[in-house]
Design a protein around this ligand. Structure first.
Ligand SMILES: Nc1nc2c(c(=O)[nH]1)N[C@H]1C(S)=C(S)[C@@H](COP(=O)(O)O)O[C@H]1N2
Ligand SMILES: [Mo]
Length: 509
């Protein structure tokens, strides 16, 4: 009995050593070819939907961990069996180990972006696993093996010592290799280290804006470090690409899962898009303009098959189970909705959704811009209430046409004489800005001069030269787009975005 237990342990330890080395080799070559991760994501893929729903209902966002945990429990059980077989005949046990690794190798090769090199981690795992089992086996019978040619002063004590040494060495090796693999993978896949391919469909160079000509105006492109941040998180999720995947499920023809590498292997688009938060007050700062790089949402939805879908809502879920719902018809009407992986020429920073987030031009962030996204579910508004709808915010919330005065600042003091009033205006996916008008002290609206266009999904800078006379003055701005004018009717951000006209008061001396 004790010998059996010992051999079951041999099988498990050998498997763990193999997996650890496989993980280490994968971390150095291609992290998503790791036997652990390949099997893990395949399991997620192959789990029947009802079981997955059950897991999500019972374990929430831990569903993946639980599912993968079960599989590894199963693998370890088989590993124990391999050990027991080795007790009978070594080759039987070795064969079962190789079979286990072959399944991992097969799933690694089965990923959409796999190549033959992805076999390397599994190969290393097989060799290490079998070698470990062999060593452990020999350590019990030093007299029969070449591995241990210690003079046969045999006693149970000597055997126990050689077994303990072998097991100890292998356990330590597994811990070191597994730990190193994890560390290398997460280090190599830090946002700063992620190399993004060039876009297949690149954006034109952004024209020089009014940044230098109008002091105090918002830069035409918001530097990433200054980009506003709005989310429900207290602490930033630290997601490693290692183990991250994006699944599309719900009312689709077939469920699909993509790794980060899978996304990078697809044709990427690059677009200049101005993101706006529904909580932005008139004149507020929750707006930013950036260059986004990503996979068109349509590419991914088509791989899942949406021709027969009855979905009217696309629910996206982040790493922690937070949900955002996007109107299906708007996200699929031809606009540049994408799963973005890059922002302003680099990988997304953790603050803005690393490794991937959704971007849909023309919709407020709370119904479209899911950061740290892991799942896209096609469903209906009748069936699924997401985070913000549970809190009575709108489900349908196009960004309202609006404008902001950046300079002079409200309640500031301006030197008399020639100066300039300037700011930004936006009408994303509503034709872009046609005209901006400024009203000084309640007189007639005057047309401001516009900066260059960055496309209809991007904001526009504007300015108006002004000869300021001493005294108090009130300045107002409004935007006009081909599809409507900014309304003067005041609305609070709740439930579907603020409206009204910004008016700032300044003192001229
Ligand atoms: N996972 C997640 N994604 C999210 C949110 C969130 O709370 N959690 N907030 C949304 C809101 S309300 C906005 S306005 C945008 C803001 O994106 P940014 O922080 O990159 O500017 O992200 C959206 N994506
Ligand atoms: Mo928002």
């Amino acid at each position: 009995m004790r010998t059996r237990l010992l051999y079951a342990f041999f099988g498990v330890l050998s498997t763990v050593v193999g997996v650890a080395l496989g993980h280490l080799v994968a971390s150095l070559t291609n992290p998503s070819a790791s036997p652990v991760l390949a099997v893990g994501s395949q399991v997620i893929d192959l789990t029947p939907t009802p079981m997955k729903e059950w897991a999500i209902a019972h374990f929430g966002s831990n569903d993946k961990t639980i599912l993968i945990g079960n599989v590894f429990a199963g693998v370890l059980l088989l590993a124990a069996v391999a050990g027991l077989l080795a007790l009978k005949r070594f080759v039987y046990g070795a064969a079962l180990l190789v079979l286990l690794v072959a399944v991992a190798a097969f799933t690694a090769l089965n990923r959409p972006s796999a190549d033959v090199g992805d076999l390397l981690p599994s190969l290393a795992a097989a060799v290490a696993g079998v070698a470990s089992l062999w060593w452990l086996d020999r350590s019990r019978h030093p007299e029969t093996g070449a591995a241990n040619s210690a003079p046969a002063v045999e006693g149970a004590g000597t055997n126990r010592r050689t077994v303990l040494v072998a097991a100890g060495v292998l356990t330590a090796a597994a811990a070191v290799m597994g730990g190193a693999g994890r560390w290398i993978t997460s280090y190599r896949t830090r946002p700063e280290n992620v190399q993004l391919p060039a876009a297949k469909d690149a954006a034109k160079a952004l024209p020089a804006g009014l940044d230098d000509r109008v002091p105090g105006i918002s830069p035409f492109r918001t530097p990433t470090a200054d980009f506003y941040r709005v989310d429900t998180r207290l602490s930033l999720p630290v997601v490693s690409i290692d183990g991250w995947s994006l699944t599309i499920d719900g009312d689709v023809d077939n469920e699909v899962t993509f790794t980060f590498d899978d996304l990078l292997a697809m044709d990427l688009i690059e677009r200049d898009i101005t993101l706006t938060c529904v909580s932005n007050d008139i004149g507020g700062k929750y707006i930013g303009a950036a260059r986004w790089l990503g996979v068109p949402l349509k590419t991914l939805l088509d791989k899942a098959g949406i021709d027969n879908t009855r979905a009217d809502q696309i629910v996206s879920t982040d790493v922690d189970g937070m949900t955002i719902g996007t109107p299906f018809d708007l996200a699929t009407d031809g606009r540049d909705a994408m799963i973005a992986v890059g922002m302003n020429g680099a990988a997304l920073p953790r603050e803005h959704g690393f490794p991937a987030r959704m971007i849909v031009p023309g919709l407020y962030g709370f119904i479209s811009a899911t950061k740290w996204i892991t799942r896209i579910t096609l469903t209906t508004y009748a069936d699924t209430d997401v985070y913000w709808t549970q809190r009575d915010w709108a489900t349908d919330a196009p960004i309202k046409i609006s404008s902001r005065i950046d300079t002079p600042k409200p309640l500031s003091t301006v030197k008399k004489g020639r100066t300039v009033i300037g700011g930004v205006a936006w009408a994303q996916h509503q034709g872009g800005i046609d005209k901006v008008e400024v009203r000084i002290d309640g007189s007639a609206w005057q047309e401001a001069r516009l900066g260059p266009s960055g496309g209809q999904d991007y904001w526009r800078q504007w300015y108006l030269p002004w000869t300021a006379e001493p005294g108090q003055h009130s300045l107002a701005v409004r935007a006009v787009s081909s599809q409507g004018d900014q309304t003067a009717v005041r609305a609070t951000p709740f439930p579907d975005g603020s409206s009204g006209i910004q008016e700032v008061v300044v003192t001229v001396e």
